[in-house]
Design a protein around this ligand. Structure first.
Ligand code: AMP
Length: 514
């Protein structure tokens, strides 16, 4: 089924319900939203010859036209290629070329740079009169028929390493992932609002479908991005908002709420994930803002849908294993089967650490035009996530690391996450990232990059004592780099490859084992 049928359904059932908003201003109700999508679809065909199965890029920051474009592309039976607006135009051009996109929807600020980087590509300006003409075109009352296995969304992985790969997400994948949301993440009522601070090109954009099906509001903040003050000010005026936020964004939001003496009124739910949320940060978040948090663990290849830690589990301080569970990524979502395997694929029992495998109707169809990578990632129907973790007897999954992030020193595996958690418990440490550096005797040694809390000086001797009191000697960092900030990608993930590049060529000589 074409997932755009969910928009058609809401337009029939609740035509007058507010659908697209910028801030508090309603720009379209559901009838108008569906009419615009159907008009865009008709114009994509009539003006650009876009047919079912073609790919159409979207390269612009969050705005309501983004949703018109997304649904218009899907309504036409084509597949959307949403590209993070913060990417360099040359990176966007590379993605559009790899996707063999027939056209790309752009905004005033991305049009010029992309035109220069991708000469010959048809650009459709969402700020132009052409867009208004397109969405006013008389279109078909129903979306083009599509099968569950047809491509809907070509998602380029954020690529903390190497060139991004195009993850093929089908209509069936989107439907399965969306159906998990009300079961595993959060209820959605028509009075609720999906709030687009995080990029629509990523997880937040995937949450659009369930909100459309429920006839809820889609609200884009006027800034189109993450501005903690804007979020805190708008939330009570909109009410019932739910939003995805990477841990760094949660941190910024909580810090601002605390400074202003606010609790996040109007925010129903903050779904966090995408990178490790450290215990100290989520505890602080709950203290300041209360039970507004749900964690998800997913990846482009199984979009937002591997595991979830529910609101109750996040907030239930009275539970005897609350902290332990808070440090996990929760339990398998209802569409996901999770297994832990060693390198040979042999399944490991509860308590043992290995690569996380997932199977279910939400798992991607494969990588676009990359059968070798697909065969490596999907074996016997199971997706090999590249993440390392363990399940406990109750099915709670704890991530230890990306498999490539493991540090092996003197034959012992050290999971950076474990060391980072300990460093973050220190009051003077704001952020920490741990990597391995080549060592002549030990293979690798542990190096920590640490960002001090504002106005605090870091005493690395004190940090060393702090670690010695909490973790095995061989795990403690053998050298520290105090930095102002950690390098991060556009989604806020720490670029460990950049940190590794910084220490490459250096060979430590410290007492790595001691
Ligand atoms: P992406 O495909 O860009 O969404 O990145 C997915 C990766 O982010 C996963 O494979 C994990 O390594 C990481 N990730 C996602 N969710 C979480 C989470 N809740 N906690 C820790 N890491 C996460």
């Amino acid at each position: 089924m074409n997932i755009a049928r969910w928009l058609e359904a809401s337009a029939r059932l609740a035509p007058g319900a507010p659908a697209l908003l910028t801030g508090t201003e309603v720009l379209a109700d559901y009838a108008a939203f569906a009419r615009r999508a159907s008009g865009v679809a008709a114009a994509l065909d009539a003006r650009f010859g876009i047919a079912p199965g073609d790919r159409v890029g979207i390269f612009m920051a969050n705005r309501t036209e983004y949703l018109e474009a997304l649904y218009g592309i899907l309504w036409a039976g084509a597949a959307a290629v949403p590209i993070n607006a913060k990417l360099h135009p040359a990176e966007a051009a590379w993605i559009l070329d790899n996707a063999q996109a027939r056209a790309c929807v752009v905004a005033a600020d991305t049009a010029g740079p992309l035109a220069a980087a991708a000469p010959g590509l048809r650009l459709i300006g969402a700020d132009t009169g052409e867009w208004h003409g397109m969405r006013a075109t008389e279109g078909s009352a129903t979306p083009a028929p599509r099968g569950d296995g047809d491509l809907a969304w070509l998602f380029y992985t954020s690529g903390t390493t190497g060139r991004p790969k195009g993850v093929m997400i089908t209509h069936g994948n989107l439907i399965a992932a969306s159906l998990c949301y009300p079961i595993d993440v959060d209820t959605v009522a028509p009075s609720d609002a999906a709030f687009y601070a995080a990029p629509m090109s990523h997880g937040q954009g995937l949450y659009t479908f369930v909100h459309t099906r429920m006839g809820a509001r889609h609200v884009v903040p006027p800034s189109g991005g993450v501005d903690p003050d804007e979020i805190l000010d708008l939330a009570p005026r909109i009410d019932g908002i739910s939003m995805f936020a990477a841990p760094t964004i949660v941190r910024r939001l909580v810090q601002r709420a605390r400074e202003r003496g606010l609790t996040g009124e109007g925010i129903k739910t903050i779904v966090y994930g995408g990178a490790p949320m450290y215990l100290a940060d989520i505890e602080e978040a709950i203290t300041v803002m209360g039970p507004r948090f749900v964690q998800i663990y997913g990846q482009g290849e199984a979009p937002m849908t591997i595991s979830a830690l529910s609101r109750a589990m996040v907030a239930d301080r009275a539970h005897p294993r609350w902290r332990e569970r808070l440090g996990s990524v929760g339990v398998a979502q209802s569409c996901a089967e999770i297994a832990i395997a060693d390198e040979t694929g042999h399944r490991l029992p509860a308590g043992e650490t290995g690569e996380i495998l997932v199977r279910g109707p939400q798992v991607m169809a494969g990588y676009w035009r990359n059968p070798e990578a697909t065969d490596r990632a999907i074996r016997d129907g199971w997706l090999w996530t590249g993440d390392v973790g363990r399940l406990d007897a109750d099915g709670f999954l704890t991530l230890t690391d990306r498999s490539k992030d493991v540090i092996i020193s003197g034959g012992s595996n050290i999971y950076p996450r474990e060391v980072e958690e300990v460093l973050l418990e220190h009051a003077d440490v704001a952020e920490a990232a741990v990597i391995g550096r080549r060592h002549p005797d030990w293979g690798e040694e542990v190096i920590a990059f640490v960002v001090p809390e504002p106005g605090r000086a870091l005493d690395t001797g004190a940090l060393d004592r702090h670690c010695l009191e909490r973790i095995a000697r061989f795990k403690r960092p053998k050298a520290y780099r105090v930095v102002d900030a950690l390098p991060k990608n556009n989604y806020g993930k720490v670029l460990k490859t950049a940190l590794r590049a910084e220490v490459e060529g250096e060979a430590g000589s410290g007492p790595a084992g001691g």
